[in-house]
Structure formats: structure tokens, C-alpha cells
Write a protein that binds this ligand. Structure first.
Ligand code: FMN
Ligand code: FE2
Ligand code: FE2
Length: 388
């Protein structure tokens, strides 16, 4: 219970291999759901079909004296939240399903047939008796139908996918930020403008608790810190001063150059994050790229292009809206270096990327004769004071 009226009925999922079939889950995942005990009971979102039975049991345990839910609030129709609607309606057929126009349309598309629906739009309220739900449209805070819900009596914002995190629903720890960043940048990163617009709608609200659909519930200082970070992330601002050195090396020679760059940057008192793109999940690499204002990319050439782990990284940066950053390039090739040209082309397609010139080309392996060029490249990446 978060209060005597708001009860957590979400489910941990410790065995899912990949979230959305692509994101690794070192700490598992959870699908959050809540029971709102007004004079009438509302259930806030359902859960992934992997957890239907457990969730229905939690609802049954939470309902008092044979009451049944009057409303099922559908903030988001993605199956990790909507996948148990069918089973829920089979058990509670008289429940009214509440959602935006698009949510109600998607309910039909996914094949659910609620007997009672209530369409709500931004600014509408629903009185549960002792608890009031204020609906806030949050289109494209992942999907177009999304809405958030503010409950003034509890100073609580039900934020849908926003403010979520990977991981089971444990208590808040210092690790929250890393998995929340990886979650936000990869899941919502492309929709910064829409996330900003949704945040602006919550600006005037007195929020004590943020209850997202994934990860832990954020209270007090944690909620304020999450709000501050979402301001940075949604505007593509720089979160940490420093440089990301990301490399993709087939036989290790390019990796050695990347490590040399990282070492030199550290002697200049820079915070440096090194990522081996062949051995780090791309979702983490993308999140770290957004975190820093500067990046050095080092890659082997490969079949007249760039070694695939770097290609995939740049592709993902592009689709997630990576922008307004300063980037230096190091390519390695043995007979016809091509990595640089491919990396440059992919970066040029992104918004406001400043490429540091000149790019450094290594032929097969490091030699001392490259040192002068390397020093120039490092000085040049450090010059960009607008990217700190
Ligand atoms: C499958 C494959 C394709 C390659 N394609 C190219 C290429 O198109 N142009 C080139 O100059 N080198 C190419 N290379 C050589 C790599 O770029 C070479 O491994 C690199 O110069 C050395 O750096 P590394 O030790 O970091 O891999 C290729 C290597 C492999 C294994
Ligand atoms: Fe979602
Ligand atoms: Fe979700």
C-alpha cells in the first residue's frame, strides 16, 4: 500500500530474457498496476500476459468484502500493460474500461470486447468518491494513445511508461539512474518533444509520488530528481561532462588506439567512459552516448563499410534521435579504409552533430608516427566548450 487508498498490485518478471524482444534485463523487469480504493474501485492498467494469473490473484486479494472494480483505467495499450485485459474482462465483465479515443480503438484492434467503455480526453476527471482522477494526454510518451493520471488527494502522478526503469519493483537504489536512463533513451528517446510537452502539462501539479508502469515508485526527493533528469533527457541536453570512447575492433588493434585515447583524455582530467561495442549491449551504449556531450568513435573497416557493431550503434543512435553532440572519428583499415566514410555519413544524417576534423586513419596497427595526429584530434575534441 502506498497509502490506505492506493495499493500496488504489479508483478515482477525475473525470467524474461529480453524486454520488447531486444533489451537485456540484468535485474529483471516489472509491470506495475495499482488498485485505487475510492468509494468505487479502479484498477490502473493491467500487466503483461506472462503474469495474468498472478495479477488477477492480487486484484482478488485486494478487493474488500466482495466488491468488484468499477473501472479499468487503460493509460497505455502496449501489450506489456494491456495483455491481461481479456482475462480481466472475463472475470469482471461489468467493469467499465476507461481510455483515450486511440486507446479504445487499440483495445478493439487487439481483439478485446469490453461491454462498457468510457472515452476520456485531456482535462477530463473521473470521481471515484474520495479519489479524483485527472487525465493528462501524453501522446507519444511511447505510443499515441498514452495518458497519465493525476490524483490530487494523494498528490500522486500515474505516469504510464514515463519515469519507468528496467528492473524488478524493488526499492529505490543508486542504480536507479542507470537503468532508468537506459530505459528512457531506448524506449522514449525519439520522442523528446512529446515528453517535454507532457511534462509541461504536469508542471503546475503538486506531485509527491510518481507511480510509473515499470520500475520503482518514486517518492519525494526521488520524484524531484527523476523530474530533473527527464528535463535533461527529453531536451537532448548533456547530463555529464566528459567523453564517451566507443570502439568496434575486429582483431584488437583499433581497440588499442581507443584505449590510448581514453588514457590521454584521463591525464587531462576528463571523465571518460569506454565502451567496447562488440561486448556491450547496444542499448547501454546508446544511453551513454546521450549522457555525454562528446564522443570518440573508433572502428575497423569491414567489407567497404564499417565493422557491424559500430554500424548498429550508429543506426540506433539515429533512430533514437541522437543530436547536438561533438564527435571525433578514428578508422582502421588494412587495404582500403572505409569505416570513417560510413560513420561520417551516418552521423551527418543526424541533427546538429559536429564532426571533429581531421579524422584519424590508422593502417592496420598503431605506430608512434600517428601520435601527433592523435594529440591534435584529442585537443580538438576537448575544444568544444558548447558540448560540456
Ligand atoms: C571480414 C573483414 C572485412 C574487412 N573489410 C575491410 C575493408 O573493406 N577495408 C579495409 O581496409 N580493411 C578491411 N578489413 C580489415 C580490418 O579493417 C582490419 O582488421 C583492421 O585494419 C585492423 O584493425 P583491428 O585489429 O581493430 O580489426 C576487413 C577485415 C575483415 C575480417
Ligand atoms: Fe510502452
Ligand atoms: Fe511499458
Amino acid at each position: 500500500m502506498y497509502s490506505n487508498k492506493i495499493q500496488y498490485i504489479g508483478c515482477d518478471d525475473a525470467t524474461l530474457d529480453l524486454f520488447e524482444s531486444q533489451y537485456p534485463l540484468p535485474c529483471g523487469m516489472c509491470y506495475n498496476s495499482y488498485l485505487l480504493h475510492g468509494e468505487r474501485v479502479a484498477v490502473m492498467d493491467s500487466v503483461d500476459p506472462r503474469k495474468t494469473t498472478e495479477w488477477l490473484q492480487q486484484i482478488e486479494n485486494g478487493l474488500k468484502n466482495g466488491t468488484t472494480p468499477t473501472y479499468l483505467i487503460v493509460q497505455h495499450m502496449e501489450p506489456d500493460h494491456s495483455g491481461s485485459i481479456g482475462a480481466f474482462l472475463a472475470q469482471y465483465p461489468d467493469t467499465t474500461v476507461v481510455g483515450s479515443r486511440a486507446a479504445l480503438q487499440f483495445i478493439e484492434q487487439f481483439g478485446y470486447q469490453p461491454a462498457h467503455t468510457l472515452m476520456v480526453k485531456h482535462g477530463d476527471t473521473l470521481d471515484l468518491g474520495g479519489l479524483t482522477l485527472h487525465f493528462i494526454a501524453a501522446p507519444m510518451v511511447h505510443w499515441p494513445e498514452v495518458m497519465m493520471t493525476y490524483v490530487p488527494e494523494e498528490k500522486m502522478l500515474f505516469s504510464a511508461d514515463a519515469f519507468g526503469s528496467f528492473g524488478v519493483c524493488g526499492s529505490y537504489t543508486d542504480h536507479w539512474i542507470d537503468e532508468a536512463r537506459r530505459y528512457y533513451i531506448n524506449i522514449c528517446g525519439k520522442y523528446g518533444t512529446q515528453v517535454s510537452a507532457a511534462l509541461a502539462k504536469t508542471e503546475a501539479l503538486d506531485i509527491q509520488t510518481i507511480a510509473p508502469l515499470h520500475g520503482c515508485v518514486l517518492e519525494g526527493e526521488q520524484a524531484a530528481e527523476a523530474h530533473r533528469l527527464y528535463g535533461i533527457w527529453s531536451q537532448y541536453e548533456i547530463e555529464r561532462k566528459g567523453v564517451l570512447v566507443a570502439y568496434a575492433s575486429i582483431h584488437g588493434n583499433t581497440a588499442k588506439v581507443a584505449k590510448r585515447i581514453a588514457e590521454i583524455l584521463r591525464t587531462k582530467s576528463m571523465e571518460v567512459k569506454e565502451i567496447d561495442l562488440c561486448r556491450t549491449d547496444v542499448s547501454e551504449a546508446v544511453a551513454q552516448a546521450f549522457c555525454y556531450g562528446k564522443m570518440v568513435l573508433c572502428a575497423s573497416s569491414y567489407d567497404a563499410g564499417v565493422f557491424p557493431p559500430m554500424h548498429v550503434f550508429l543506426y540506433k543512435l539515429g533512430i533514437k534521435g541522437y543530436q547536438s553532440r561533438r564527435v571525433a572519428l578514428v578508422e582502421n583499415g588494412t587495404w582500403a579504409p572505409s569505416a570513417g566514410k560510413t560513420m561520417r555519413g551516418m552521423l551527418e544524417a543526424m541533427k546538429d552533430i559536429q564532426i571533429v576534423e581531421p579524422m584519424l586513419t590508422i593502417r592496420s596497427a598503431w605506430k608512434e608516427e600517428y601520435q601527433e595526429q592523435l594529440d591534435a584530434l584529442i585537443d580538438s575534441i576537448l575544444e568544444g566548450i558548447n558540448y560540456e
